[in-house]
Design a protein around this ligand. Structure first.
Ligand code: HEC
Length: 200
């Protein structure tokens, strides 16, 4: 009996300790890291690195100024989070396999530890391809067609359609433009480097 009591006391204390540990690691630490660690800004020419110097040609009719274009990227990112695109897509080129040939250089900290990419959307599952270097893969019309109905452009695709990115006449609405601006911006900060050896 004594031994049992001793054991249950140890088990109870261990249980609470593990709970506290998990709470700290999974609850407090990520909050601390995303909210408290200063994003890298100083030292990088922020607008020149993370935004083109002018609104890209494809978006000039829609966004007149760089500030409008940046607001659209932010809104697109919010939609990316809200629609759980991260459930099927990663945003991190890993140092394994042949990722470098497929997606380009392994992701570096300045690319994700910055104002425009916090909280990071690394993701874990790759039902679809990694999107970190999406900027140079497809043109704007491809994206508009793809979000409307992925199977129209990639017949075997399992990506869902996003009808609510379009108005009644089938034209992209603000969300459709913003999510497209966002995915076409991803990785553009490496636009001066040679693209990956093989397309994905
Ligand atoms: C159920 C999983 C799933 C979800 C959710 C999903 N996708 Fe996809 N996505 C895929 C698959 C699979 C592909 C590859 C086939 C294709 O191109 O449709 C893909 C392809 C893409 C591509 C083209 C990639 C390339 O380089 O060819 C983009 C861009 C994209 N998805 C963006 C998004 C965005 C933005 C969202 C959220 C609004 C989203 N996806 C949600 C599965 C998904």
């Amino acid at each position: 009996m004594k031994i049992l009591e001793k054991f249950s006391a140890v088990a109870t204390i261990a249980g609470f300790s593990f709970y506290a540990c998990a709470f700290g690691l999974l609850g407090v630490l990520p909050w601390f890291m995303t909210n408290r660690v200063a994003p890298i800004k100083g030292g990088l020419d922020f607008d020149a690195v993370f935004l083109p110097k002018t609104v890209p040609v494809d978006f000039r009719d829609k966004y007149k100024t760089l500030a409008e274009y940046k607001a659209a990227i932010d809104f697109g990112r919010k939609n990316y989070i809200a629609e759980a695109c991260w459930h099927c897509h990663t945003q991190y080129v890993r140092p394994v396999g042949n990722e470098v040939a497929r997606y380009g250089p392994v992701s570096e900290n300045w690319e994700y530890q910055n104002e425009m990419n916090l909280p990071q959307l690394f993701g874990t599952r790759r039902v679809g391809p990694d999107l970190t270097r999406e900027w140079n893969k497809h043109n704007i019309d491809w994206h508009f067609a793809h979000f409307r109905n992925p199977q129209d452009v990639v017949p075997e695709s399992v990506m869902p359609r996003y009808d609510w990115f379009y108005d009644d006449k089938g034209k992209p609405n603000d969300r459709g433009w913003a999510i497209t601006a966002y995915v076409m911006w991803l990785g553009s900060w490496r636009r001066n480097e040679a693209p990956p050896a093989t397309p994905h």
